[in-house]
Write a protein that binds this ligand. Sequence first.
Ligand SMILES: [Mn+2]
Length: 234
Amino acid sequence: MRPVIGLIPLIEDEKLRYWMRPGYMKGVSMAGGLPVMLPLTADENQLADIASMCDGLLLTGGPDVEPAMYGQETLPVGVVTCPPRDAMESRLYPLFMAQDKPVFGICRGIQMLNVLCGGTLYQDIPAQHPSEIAHHQQAEREARTHEVRVLPSTPLREIAGQDVIRVNSFHHEAIDRLGEGLAPMGVSPDGLIEAVWMPERRFVWGVQWHPEYLWPTDAAAAGLFRAFVDACRR
Ligand SMILES: [Mn+2]
């Protein structure tokens, strides 16, 4: 493995969400993990070192997954992609899976997870799965605007301690056909899959909402981070 160099984070206004708000980094810290921001790279040697160095992989939120990755033409519905992230995530994920290291996908992360397992996405919920629910909420990030029915006999049910939780929602895409090996853990009232896991694996989970904004005030959100970090510790 090549030498690992720690870089002091660049603090700019648009990056404050990583450091100043509750966020992914502090969520991992709260749960007892050491969060390390990765370089944007698709270099195979660097990715191999990352997979060797890290005990778990957090697939964060972000732009839409390229529809060609799940065999579809891009519809004229405001799909915004990020090819360098698609390339990095699609090469990094199998390296973590090969070592059975935990993977946790949030928002784009659950969508990428589903696509990497051979599933498909709705490219736009309003266009392809019309609903009463505003999955791209206008309310603040910490506001829990829709329900998720938590499925029995899933790890999410254990964490939530109840059959229904409320979540925030900032997505216009969603899981359509579920990928191979994945099972649903939570479903919104309009029938969209909002949480998945891979029962055959040590820890491969994804959620469509944003627990990184909720964990200071929401037991289920904090529990997700704890379950992920605990799985990485074993
Ligand atoms: Mn939603």
